[in-house]
Ligand binder design. Structure first.
Ligand SMILES: *Cc1c(COP(=O)(O)O)cnc(C)c1O
Length: 968
């Protein structure tokens, strides 16, 4: 062997895959031995049916090391042009992420690796941050109630459309309408997303000229959607249009710029029923389109129709205030076939950042930033006037529209030569959106581009009235304590740390959430997303300024096609749910293209995730449930019967693989064949892709289209409930029906059904994470990850099976990448519920597995490949210790209503109390195993009372007055 080969071997030895994958060779051997299996191959042979095995497709890279992948990504970032400042607007604005928030939230695994706050007691930190977000939105918009984020402004507007239609149908006094009126100055991408969503629901979209009150009444719509300020910057009093909508029996939806509301009269004071928008410019970078948190605020009257997650104040078992997701027991919007929305993963991490931006700046700071943007716009408007141009709109907030006539092209070119992207509105108009990052020097350069002398001559005409007095905000906002308490960096740093420490995230212990794949989010994968080359690119920047992004997107599409076995990929959907919707639209469009547009039946197994039927309803389909057999498999006889009954109208089957019950069904190919034989298509929910990569694929199984959750299988962190990316992959016959975009032709086929998200490539800003993961693992590493994910799940199932029956196993006696354990019988034997077990795990420092889904009274455990044997053993020991505690209750050693499970979780406060009345010791309560004491996690609250909170729905921070009263 020569020295160079030696050198290569040494370089290859420290592979990333061995860091991403938890167990080392010795641990893998030990786990296999415990399972009685000779090798990993033998395990896979038994767990994965031979008929569906498939190798990865061509085009996947060889594994590279972290330094190499970071260098590759740096080279791609260098091909983007963040040095050119985008003043394009269209709902996306430059912003400074306060460094204290950048480092301590966005770049901090304590925040970005957390799960959706379903287990409220161990999520009080992010719940408080989200309550701040809701408060911020209700205050700025002057509405009653706001949710804790949606996917983007355009889909938020579409959700408002759905709410308005539901509310309209609920009122009897007007003739039913299926017309949606949209103002002519709505952002074009919002309008396009509304059109996509409207079509399958039979809604007609009509445009009304901005400000034309009579046109609204003539349209007799169920809702009108207005933009504030308008897409080219104009502001006007919306009250007359809103009143006209109300006279017509319609709801008024306003898509608003959140920052402008610090200066402008808020839509809530003009009578709006729903206010939506993006919180992007509150400290969240462009990211070439996302992720950003959208907001949704409405009136009290509509709160039960509101989509998305809502944080509310309740109390814990000790009667102290505690937060939790409100109304979630009713899963209010995902009601299977009665669904009005399919939103699941939202934009929690981005909502947290936006809320913290408001905490950091406070009301005066936000008003100052808003005034700064307005003044910059006025100065530039004045420069334009002096250069001989007229402004299209006399009244504006931060965006001026210059009537440039024949000079429009030249103006844009002059600005570009000086480092600015402006927006061409139409043949003669050029818009410039000023943001908080624009400096005096940049204003001078812009003035020069316009042709006005800069410097001292930049002054304002005396009669400047960009914001008419009637449109000025007079009401105070953000007077709550939290928005007025953290002005010094030390105070802010400690506030962020306090909240972080209340929560369990992956930097503390494994989060074994079945179906959610909480695997490692490696640091090297995360680092590039905050580089300016990826963070600071506007989604509508010219293509030649995003060459690196386009290359990255192309490569990632190729890789995901190779992994799924499909022909084409769209990265546009912003979550799994959005992917489902896009995939079903593709199926519908395909049927239509063959003259079979009447096919509208969607078969869905009863075990499916709630988003499946909700997406089907949104795609205009009718849901027909298919039963499951005792082993958790699709009941093939029932499937045949349903296919026969609906043969002529069958559009598709939606199926999850491996099933939501965590097994590789043997019959899946037969199932797909039955559907195809009847002219239907097969949609695969790819949430369980972590069991498939390199072993089988959706195409090999027989599906036509699938979505992937890049925030599950491909390492985008969960962010406490978002961001997500839910790309769809399709067979070649469906490729012409992928989503596209009205402003960026390359984003999808011209024959597509329209956009499903505001940005051409959705949340492009976090695609470097999945790109890095695939590049680091390479084809060998990816396959290995799936094998170890299956090994880990079987190891846990094996270790727990004597204490907790494993509900479903495949033909080989093994599970796939997750296992469901049965806890139902403890109710009779000890009065213990699955919730008691979940809460007791918190005392051991663990986040509970998925609870009561897909089977009530069970826990679904998905350890992923990233957990080492040591961590799996710790988790299993905790579960076995809890089983022993249940046994003590069964034997009567502890009463059924006073034991460590019923009282879980235990707080430091109650342990420190003078008195202790329980029949078990304080040590048993909080340090039941030796290793718990070594790194004790203290739940900040006792068990949270959901019912109390829902009866007393309260979804904002307490006002200053309440604080003042409490202090008295
Ligand atoms: C997570 C999940 C979804 C929904 O994905 P989101 O990104 O949350 O919209 C759909 N189906 C299954 C089986 C899932 O686990």
């Amino acid at each position: 062997m020569n020295a160079l080969e030696d050198f290569r071997d040494l370089c290859a030895a420290g592979s990333f895959a061995s860091r991403h994958i938890g167990p080392d060779e010795g641990e893998i051997a030990a786990m296999l031995a415990e399972l009685g299996l000779p090798s990993l191959e033998a395990l896979i042979e038994r767990a994965v049916p031979r008929a569906i095995r498939a190798e990865l497709g061509e085009g996947l890279p060889e594994p590279a090391d972290e330094a190499g992948v970071l260098a590759d990504l740096a080279a791609l970032a260098a091909q983007n042009r963040p040095d050119i400042k985008s003043l394009i607007g269209l709902g996306y604005h430059g912003t400074h992420t306060p460094p204290v928030i950048l480092r301590n939230v966005l770049e901090n695994p304590g925040w970005y690796t957390a799960y959706t706050p379903y287990q409220a007691e161990i999520a009080q930190g992010r719940l408080e941050a989200l309550l701040n977000f809701q408060t911020m939105v209700t205050e700025l918009t002057a509405m009653d109630i706001a949710n804790a984020s949606l996917l983007d402004e355009a889909t938020a507007a579409a959700e408002a459309m759905a709410l308005a239609l539901a509310a309209h149908r609920g009122q009897k006094r007007v003739a039913p309408s299926t017309v949606l009126a949209v103002a002519s100055d709505l952002h074009p991408q919002t309008r396009a997303v509304l059109a996509t969503r409207a079509r399958p629901l039979g809604i007609t979209v009509v445009e009304v000229t901005a400000g034309d009150v009579a046109a609204i009444e003539r349209a007799a719509p169920f809702a009108v959607v207005l933009q504030y300020p308008g897409t080219t910057g104009a502001i006007r009093d919306l009250a007359p249009e809103i009143a006209a909508a109300h006279r017509a029996g319609a709801l008024a939806v306003v898509a608003a710029d959140l920052l402008s509301l610090a200066l402008l009269k808020p839509p809530g004071e003009m009578g709006a029923d729903v206010v939506v928008g993006s919180a992007q410019r509150f400290g969240v970078p462009f990211g070439y389109g996302g992720p950003h948190a959208a907001f949704f605020a409405t009136r009290d009257a509509h709160k039960r129709l509101m989509p998305g997650r809502l944080v509310g104040v309740s109390q814990d078992a000790a009667g102290r205030p505690a937060l939790r997701l409100a109304l979630q027991t009713r899963e209010q919007h995902i009601r299977r076939e009665k669904a009005t929305s399919n939103i699941c993963t939202a934009q929690v991490l981005l909502a947290v950042i936006a809320a913290m931006y408001a905490v950091w700046h406070g009301p005066e700071g936000l008003a100052r930033i808003a005034r700064r943007c307005n003044l910059a716009a006025r100065l530039l408007g004045e420069a334009a006037r002096r250069a001989g141009f007229a402004l299209r709109h006399p009244h504006f907030f931060d965006t001026i529209a210059i009537e440039a006539g024949p000079k429009a092209d030249a103006l844009v070119a002059e600005a570009l030569a000086r480092g600015f992207n402006l927006r061409r509105i139409d043949a003669t108009g050029v818009a410039i959106a000023l943001d908080e990052t624009v400096t005096e020097a940049e204003l001078a350069r812009l003035a020069e581009a316009i042709g006005a002398a800069a410097g001292r001559s930049m002054k304002l005409a005396a009669a400047d009235d960009s914001i008419p007095p009637a449109l000025l905000r007079s009401s105070p906002f953000l007077r709550q304590h939290v928005f007025n308490a953290y002005r010094s960096e030390h105070e802010m740093l400690r506030y962020l740390k306090r909240l972080e420490d209340k929560d369990v995230a992956l930097n503390r212990s494994m989060i074994p959430l079945g179906s959610c794949t909480m695997k490692l989010n490696a640091t090297a994968e995360m680092i590039p997303i905050t580089w300016p080359g990826f963070a600071n690119i506007h989604p509508f920047a010219p293509a030649d300024q995003a060459v690196g992004y386009r290359t990255l997107i192309k490569r990632l599409e190729t890789w995901l096609a190779a992994i799924t076995g499909f022909a084409a990929v769209s990265l546009q959907p912003n979550a799994g749910s959005a992917g489902e919707y896009a995939g079903l639209l593709a199926i519908r469009a395909w049927h239509e293209s063959r003259g079979e547009g009447h096919r509208d039946i969607c078969l869905i197994p009863t075990s499916a995730h709630g988003t499946n039927p909700a997406s089907a309803v949104m795609a205009g389909m009718r849901v027909v449930p298919v039963g499951c057999d005792r082993d958790g498999n699709v009941d093939v006889a029932d499937l045949r019967a349903k296919v026969d009954a609906h043969r002529d109208r069958l559009a598709c089957l939606m199926i999850t693989y491996p099933s939501t019950h965590g097994v590789f069904e043997e019959a899946v190919r037969e199932i797909c064949a039955i559907v195809h034989a009847a002219g239907g298509q097969v949609y695969m929910d790819g949430a369980n892709m972590n069991a498939q990569v390199g072993l089988t694929s959706p195409a090999a199984v027989g599906a036509d289209v699938c979505h992937l959750n890049l925030h599950k299988t491909f390492c985008i962190p969960h962010g406490g409930g978002g961001p997500g990316v839910g790309p769809i992959a399709v067979a070649s016959h469906l490729a012409p029906f992928l989503p596209n975009h009205p402003l960026v032709a390359e984003a999808g086929p011209a024959t597509g059904p329209g956009p499903v998200a505001a940005a051409p490539w959705g949340s492009a800003g976090i695609l470097p994470i999945s790109y890095a993961y695939i590049a680091l693992m390479g084809r060998r590493g990816l396959k290995r990850a799936s094998e170890i994910a299956i090994l880990n799940a079987n190891y846990v199932a094996h270790r727990l099976r004597d204490a907790y029956p494993v509900l479903y196993v495949g033909a080989g006696g093994l599970v796939a990448h997750e296992c469901i354990i049965d806890c139902r019988h403890f109710q009779a034997s000890a009065g213990v519920t699955v919730e008691d077990i979940a809460k007791r795990l918190q005392d051991y420092g663990f986040h509970a597995p998925t609870m009561s889904w897909p089977v009530a009274g069970t826990l679904m455990i998905e350890p992923t490949e990233s957990e080492s044997k040591a961590e799996l053993d710790r988790f299993c020991e905790a579960m076995l210790a809890i089983r022993a505690e249940i046994a003590a209750i069964e034997k009567g050693q502890w009463p059924r209503d006073d034991n460590p499970l019923k009282n879980a979780p235990h707080t430091a406060d109650e342990i420190a109390a003078e008195t202790w009345t329980h029949p078990y010791s304080r040590r048993q309560a909080v340090m039941p195993l030796p290793w718990v004491a070594a790194a004790k996690y203290w739940p900040p609250v006792k068990r949270v009372d959901n019912v109390f909170g829902d009866r007393n729905l309260h979804c904002t921070c307490d006002s200053v007055e309440v604080y003042a009263r409490a202090a008295e």
